[in-house]
Design a protein. Structure first.
Length: 137
């Protein structure tokens, strides 16, 4: 990082320094933001994987009529924009009965929103993949 704006050139290489990056990383608020980011990413990824595996197993293995409803519900995050889902989650957690969990305004609510938005990045094919290939002449 150069201390001021200057046209690029070979003489600028002597002024390059990581000092400003180290100074920024010394700030407690920046370290707190990095910690929050890593925490939310870990929680959202873990919840997403757990819910995705459970729902995919139920959709593929269960012989219940509700599996088609769960399959349609899985597709909802793909059909709705993330902003709509985020506002909806915020409004749901502001009002009772979910307001008692105290998630509004916390990183926990961000993790819940990311889990819903990132949930089910793939759709199970119910074994149709091999059938489509085998049916070709």
């Amino acid at each position: 990082m150069v201390p001021f704006y200057a046209p690029p050139g070979l003489d600028m290489l002597g002024d390059l320094s990581f000092m400003h990056y180290f100074r920024v990383l010394q700030e407690p608020k920046v370290r707190g933001a990095i910690f929050n980011t890593l925490t939310v990413a870990t929680i959202a990824a873990s919840l997403t994987m757990a819910l995705s595996v459970a729902a995919a197993w139920v959709i593929v293995r269960a012989r219940h009529r509700a599996r088609s409803a769960l399959d349609a519900l899985v597709f909802v995050p793909h059909a709705l924009p993330g902003v709509i889902i985020g506002i909806s989650i915020m409004l749901v957690f502001i009002q009772p009965p979910l307001s008692q969990f105290g998630l509004f305004g916390t990183t926990g609510l961000v993790a819940v929103g990311l889990t819903v938005c990132l949930h089910f990045l793939w759709q199970p094919d119910h074994g149709r993949r091999d059938h489509a290939i085998a049916s070709r002449p």
